[in-house]
Design a protein around this ligand. Structure first.
Ligand SMILES: CC(C)(COP(=O)(O)OP(=O)(O)OC[C@H]1O[C@@H](n2cnc3c(N)ncnc32)[C@H](O)[C@@H]1OP(=O)(O)O)[C@@H](O)C(=O)NCCC(=O)NCCS
Length: 175
């Protein structure tokens, strides 16, 4: 198996905006596991730029990208919650299909969990299609546990798909 030594893992910067939109519109068409499909990410570069700039003001939000030869090939995000849920954040992750199985997803997870621990996030939550074995394996590898099933979470070409709800408790690690 090839290693991901040619991959740089770093925080997204405002100048990534256009490349990120292109990336998201591409990966939407590469699997049926995301909440959007090909070209279903209709955000303008200036909106994406403003979103990335805004991350600096929100310590529980972040976007980490995997870059290969200057091109974005993966991303992982944390989205914090307000008020009485402010101790939790939602995790999202994707990798360009051509780069699957090279450990990029694992490196993004490591970086995101480290960021969450360093910024006082106590619990991470996510939802994954119940048949997305690869993603579920990746999450379990990093300690995520399944807490339930959300029926008919997605409707795709007339078919319903359940999702598993998963969480990672970081409180023990913080002690
Ligand atoms: C899920 C995803 C992010 C994984 O990224 P990746 O770069 O391929 O991940 P890695 O190379 O680090 O491999 C992850 C693990 O999955 C395992 N794996 C690969 N194919 C698998 C399969 N069919 N079933 C179970 N596990 C599988 C790998 O062996 C590896 O585990 P290991 O480290 O114990 O060997 C990527 O496949 C993806 O973007 N999928 C489409 C979008 C998506 O599903 N996002 C998650 C939405 S919830």
């Amino acid at each position: 198996m090839k290693t991901a030594d040619d991959i740089v893992i770093r925080h997204a910067v405002p100048d990534d905006a256009a490349a990120l939109i292109e990336y998201l519109n591409t990966i939407g068409g590469e699997s049926d596991n995301l909440t959007f499909g090909k070209d279903e990410f209709p955000i303008k570069p200036e909106q994406e730029r403003a979103f990335i700039e805004g991350l600096a003001e929100k310590p529980h939000d972040c976007m980490i990208v995997a870059v290969k030869d200057g091109r974005i090939v993966g991303d992982a995000t944390l989205a914090g919650h307000p008020r009485r849920m402010a101790h939790r954040a939602e995790l999202g992750i994707s990798v360009l299909k051509a780069e699957w199985g090279r450990g990029i997803g694992s490196r993004l997870m490591e970086a995101l969990i480290e960021y969450a621990e360093q910024h006082g996030v106590e619990l991470l939550n996510l939802e994954a299609r119940a048949d997305n074995e690869k993603a579920i394996h990746l999450y379990e590898k990093f300690g995520f546990r399944t807490i339930g099933v959300s029926p008919a979470f997605m409707k795709l070409r007339g078919e319903y798909h359940d999702a598993v709800l998963m969480y990672l408790d970081l409180r023990a690690a913080a002690e």
